[in-house]
Ligand binder design. Structure first.
Ligand SMILES: C[S@@+](CC[C@H](N)C(=O)[O-])C[C@H]1O[C@@H](n2cnc3c(N)ncnc32)[C@H](O)[C@@H]1O
Length: 278
């Protein structure tokens, strides 16, 4: 097994184990940017949309509502429990235009020219080779099809500080962010635009928007960080040290408390939308 295969298995494994609680803890984090991505990508009634790394449907469900009963949305994810739970949810919601399948966002095994829009909410930067994946999505798009993706422009400073403290609890040889090798590609709005242009897209628009997420208390925040990608970091901290790690980050997280209210974290999300020449 190569280092990259191991990294990918660990990342997807963390999403698999977090799937039951991912965006299910009463925290608006992935949901509002998902709605906004569908809007900014201009998804319209009757269109065919592919959502790569669909998770629990933060992009998939608003895309399904935007395309309506005459459209079609295919969601793929590599974590089987994400697929199973999201598929059950869309069935329960009567969204018969949606199909959710196990599939790899690196190179989706789907026929060429099949989609009007490819969307990826907070996933392309997690892939082994984002540029190769973006080039591959062009094959799946019809002429003048659109791509839309979100990345993190910046995290709340309290979140960043808490994560850095938690990294300090990792064994020395693992103190590296799992996505650090791609940081340069997505570091700025300009580098994101360059990536899209260099992978063959035109009419590239990259814009940022801030979103607030609220937590009742540190326990709520802690349950939330176990529910998404940060779980891959927490799982590497020796279990006996977790209480100490949480106690150390508590004052940092508490600094986000609005006067006598919730903990409020602000995350700036980067939206990139572009057109495929076909
Ligand atoms: C941060 S979550 C985003 C989920 C959803 N798009 C959203 O906006 O909430 C990343 C998702 O991508 C999935 N994922 C990671 N690598 C993947 C890959 N190579 N192929 C397909 N899905 C992948 C994870 O299982 C997880 O569900």
């Amino acid at each position: 097994m190569t280092e990259e295969t191991r990294r990918k298995a660990a990342l997807v494994g963390a999403f698999e184990r977090g799937a039951a609680t991912y965006e299910q803890l009463g925290v608006d984090f992935f949901g509002p940017p998902g709605v906004e991505l569908v809007h900014r990508a201009g998804v319209r009634s009757g269109q065919r949309v592919l959502d790569v790394g669909c998770g629990r449907g933060a992009v998939l469900v608003p895309a399904a509502r935007a395309v309506g009963a005459t459209g079609r949305v295919v969601g793929i994810d590599l974590a089987p429990t994400m697929v199973e739970l999201t598929r059950a949810e869309v069935r329960a919601a009567g969204l018969s235009q949606v199909q959710v399948e196990l599939g790899d966002a690196e190179s989706p095994a789907l026929p060429p020219g099949e989609f009007d829009v490819v969307l990826g909410g907070f996933v392309v930067f997690l892939l082994s080779d984002p540029a190769a994946a973006l080039r591959g999505y062009r094959r799946l798009l019809c002429p003048d099809g659109r791509i839309g993706m979100t990345t993190f422009a910046s995290q709340d400073p309290r979140f960043t500080e808490a994560m850095q403290m938690l990294v300090g609890y990792l064994p020395a040889d693992r103190r590296r962010s799992p996505t650090s090798e791609h940081d340069a590609l997505f570091a700025t709005a300009e580098s994101t635009a360059v990536l899209l242009r260099e992978t063959g897209y035109r009419d590239v628009h990259v814009t940022d928007a801030a979103f607030e997420s609220r937590f009742r208390d540190v326990e709520h925040w802690s349950a939330w960080i176990w529910s998404h990608g940060a779980r891959s970091l927490l799982e590497q901290i020796p279990a006996r040290r977790l209480p100490e790690a949480l106690a150390e980050v508590t004052p940092v997280v508490e600094r986000a408390r609005a006067v006598a209210g919730d903990l409020v974290f602000t995350t700036t999300v980067r939206f990139a939308v572009a057109v495929s020449p076909g």
